[in-house]
Design a protein around this ligand. Structure first.
Ligand code: ADP
Ligand code: ADP
Ligand code: ZN
Ligand code: ZN
Length: 765
């Protein structure tokens, strides 16, 4: 345990870092090598790597810009540490969705699409020399019907309206157009309709006006909102909806709005270009019989072969440059994708791997690269491939900082920083620094787990029945049928892109919508004020306990109500509008960020104020709420501890949770409810080997209570302890999509063609 930094010119030196749970962490991280950060979930890895190092690097970078540019950039607070020295510019390669809307594809984000376009303009028949545009982002190349989107999305009128109702009684079903809202007022105040007339009785002309605007020209409406009176021009529902939600970058909308838009629209392939996004002139050009749309739709592994065959004085060098980029994508296990694939539809792990590829193509050296669990979504077979790319990046002269739990990635490390010993307040310290080999002999939790191999489960449970997936055909599945046993723990395995999510998260849950509860990592549909306490639904009881103790109304203990600090209105911060610069946000001086009024904070429950209670971890709160009538609160908090989230504080904003933490929080909400079938996709993301053991016990308990648990999983420790395995493959994409094997883990071990079987044999060897 070293807590005294070596003053080393060749390392990044951190002195007394205090972000979140860090306890004055002092560290020297060697440069030019791979450092892996390990430790249980919540131990403080991200607090060191992302909230201290990455934040400081970004801040230092911003300082180099002139003030007028800096004002336009996001503000980075100084991280909570006494010092961070010898940092080189950092690039964070994380799993945040790539976004970018329908116009961002695998081809555009890796720049390979522009090489292919160049190839067509130089070597295409018959166009060489003409300058046809081959880009769907260029108006002269784009399909005129869909403007280059490849599909047309339209308002689903049958869903949007309840024709038996009038505007006043709720005929507009789209939630953002509900009765009383601003959008609704636009129609009811327009003077164009009888607001009490059911839509089914509308004349043709009224329908036309409702959908597309009136025949009589412009109608102005006076709209009174909280911000004042506005004059707006009447627009039909379809036009307004298109403008507000469809003709813009969807990633700028909130998740909730996006979901609502998706529910109320139908998505159809473009009839003009059949999805290729390009106009006829662009599609007429061919190289060896294939047009540019064919190239974009072909799996990358196949496209490599096609481009390798290009024999043309101007074209060959361009084709070879594209092949070089494509080989990198293939090498990282994404050869099953095609260049036309929208980045928004990729998983977090796939997106992160593409970002790695993009960085490998650059010739930057002397950078610090920061990775968040690069093994996410990868089959054990492919982890080694990512490992090779990471070492390549190091060998180009870069420093790599990696947060990771996977044994094979830890083994790559030149240096390991093990955080712990526990999570939350029990963590926040460096418990080991040194080589991966020495870590195995160190007595830390990580060291002990690295040294042992779990045995294969041989005594499996017997199924109580089964549910079928019948004739599934989607993405790369072609008429797949399989029985999924109930009453047992089922692991669905296979390399990335083999079809696991398509089969289970999509087809199975759609065929059995009432049976299956999907517990995923997506954002929790909650507002910025949501916390574990509000999510568990215990805040009403907590407020009532405070109210009963003080003989005052419960609203006093809500910062959304009478308990709010009057200076900041319960926000905890104050935003000042500056005349010539961006608004500045500072912590409210009156409540010091605590959000509550002095009156609310004068009351205590067993010696603690409401803010003290919200600062307790779930684990501490379990020990605090022991009174009569507090059983419900304790039980709810107990579920958090059970899923390994006992280190979260009751008041931590849910927006700060990682995807894996969100997934486990959702699982906590379902414990005890006996609905039957749980589907979970990579539940082990972000989890240490010790966390996985906790989770495994929980899964076993769920099954023993009579539930069925289906996990899509790469982690071999979980696969080894399943009762039943469904293995997909053999490869990803077109070369996958089949059920290779169903049976017990012990039977799988003998399978000759399955990559999962091979990985299991190697693990147990
Ligand atoms: P790890 O990366 O090892 O899983 P983290 O660094 O994310 O751990 O978290 C360490 C501790 O800090 C945990 O108790 C976590 O709940 C807490 N924490 C993380 N982010 C925040 C935040 N934005 N606000 C408050 N506490 C946080
Ligand atoms: P896994 O879960 O095993 O990684 P998936 O079910 O996600 O595999 O993917 C199976 C195949 O379907 C892959 O070829 C993948 O590229 C393709 N695919 C998945 N989602 C989409 C999508 N939204 N659009 C087009 N193809 C998709
Ligand atoms: Zn089109
Ligand atoms: Zn305040």
């Amino acid at each position: 345990m070293s807590n005294h930094p070596r003053r080393d010119e060749h390392g990044i030196v951190i002195t007394r870092a205090r972000a979140h749970n860090l306890k004055d962490v002092c560290l020297t991280i060697p440069k030019g090598v791979i450092t892996v950060f390990t430790g249980v979930s919540g131990s403080g890895k991200s607090s060191v790597v992302f909230d201290t190092i990455a934040v400081e690097s970004q801040r230092q970078l911003n300082e180099t810009f002139p003030a007028f540019v800096r004002n336009r950039l996001p503000k980075y607070e100084k991280p909570e540490a006494d010092g961070i020295h010898h940092l080189s510019p950092a690039i964070v390669v994380d799993q945040r969705p790539l976004g970018g809307g329908a116009r961002s594809t695998v081809g555009t984000m890796t720049d390979i699409a522009s090489l292919i376009r160049l190839l067509f303009s130089r070597a295409g028949e018959p166009s060489a020399g003409m300058s046809t545009a081959y880009s769907f982002n260029d108006p002269s190349g784009a399909c005129p019907t869909c403007q280059g989107l490849g599909r047309t999305v339209q308002l689903d009128l049958d869903r949007f309206f309840d024709r038996n109702k009038s505007l006043n009684t709720g005929a507009l079903l789209f939630p953002l157009f509900n009765v009383g809202g601003v959008q609704w007022t636009l129609f009811t105040r327009s003077g164009l309709f009888d607001n009490d007339k059911p839509l089914r009785s509308y004349t043709k002309r009224e329908w036309q006006t409702l959908l597309h605007g009136g025949p009589d020209g412009e109608v102005r409406i006076e709209l009174v909102t909280r911000k004042g009176t506005q004059n707006v021009t009447y627009e039909g529902i379809v036009d307004r909806f298109d403008r507000l939600y469809l003709n813009r970058d969807l990633s700028t909308l909130s998740k909730r709005t996006r979901d609502a838009v998706e529910e109320f629209t139908t998505d159809a392939g473009c009839p003009g270009c059949h999805g290729s996004r390009l106009n006829e002139a662009a599609l007429r050009t061919r190289i060896d019989g294939l047009n540019i749309a064919d190239h974009m739709a072909m799996e990358i592994t196949d496209l490599i072969g096609v481009l390798d065959g290009v024999d043309h004085p101007l074209g060959t060098p361009i084709a070879q440059a594209a092949v070089e980029g494509l080989r990198r994508i293939d090498a990282i296990g994404l050869g099953y994708l095609h260049l036309g694939r929208e980045t928004a539809s990729l998983s977090g792990g796939e997106g992160q791997r593409l970002k790695i590829v993009r960085n490998l193509g650059s010739s930057l050296t002397g950078m610090t690269y920061i990775f968040d669990e690069p093994s996410t979504g990868l089959h054990p077979r492919d982890v080694n491939r990512v490992g090779r790319l990471l070492t390549q990046l190091r060998d180009q002269g870069n420093t790599l900082l990696i947060v990771e739990h996977d044994r094979d990635v830890i083994a790559l490390a030149d240096h390991v920083v093990d955080m712990g010993p526990g999570a939350g307040t029990h963590g926040g310290q460096v418990v080991f620094e040194g080589s991966a080999a020495r870590l195995r002999r160190a007595g830390t939790l990580t060291g002990r787990h690295l040294g042992r191999t779990l045995p294969l489960k041989t005594e499996v449970r017997s199924p109580t029945g089964h549910l079928s997936v019948a004739h599934a055909s989607r993405h790369n599945l072609e008429d797949v049928s399989v029985d999924i046993p109930t009453g047992v723990l089922v692991a669905v395995t296979g390399v990335a892109g083999s079809g696991k999510s398509t089969l289970i998260s999509e087809v199975f849950t759609e065929q059995h919508p009432d049976a299956a509860v999907v517990i995923d990592q997506s954002a929790i549909g909650a507002n910025s004020r949501s916390t574990p306490a509000t999510w568990l639904g215990i805040m009403d009881t907590v407020r009532k306990l405070f109210a009963d103790a003080g003989g005052v109304p419960a609203g006093l203990f809500s910062f959304n109500s009478t308990g709010a600090c009057s200076a900041c209105g319960g926000k905890g911060s104050i935003t000042a509008d500056m005349a010539f610069a961006d608004p500045v946000t500072t912590v409210c001086e009156t409540c010091r960020g605590l959000r509550y009024s002095a009156e609310a904070l004068a009351h205590t429950l067993r010696g603690r104020t409401i803010t003290d209670v919200l600062a307790l971890t779930a684990e501490e709160a379990c020990a605090f709420f022991t009174g009569p009538g507090e059983k419900g609160v304790r039980a709810a908090l107990g579920t958090l501890v059970e899923v390994g989230l006992g280190y979260l504080t009751l008041g931590q904003p849910l927006s700060t949770l990682s995807g894996g933490e969100r997934q486990r929080l959702k699982l906590a909400g379902h414990l005890g409810s006996r609905s039957g079938i749980y589907v979970m996709d990579e539940l082990t993301t972000g989890l240490h080997m010790a966390d996985i053991e906790t989770l495994q016990r929980l899964l076993d308990r769920l099954v023993d209570d009579g539930n069925t648990v289906i996990v899509i999983e790469h982690n071999l420790d979980v696969v080894k302890r399943a009762d039943w395995v469904i293995d997909m493959g053999p490869e990803g994409g077109r070369h996958g999509g089949r059920v290779l094997f169903t049976g017990t883990p012990a039977q799988l071990l003998k399978h000759r063609a399955s990559h999962t079987a091979a990985a299991l044999r190697q693990d147990l060897a």
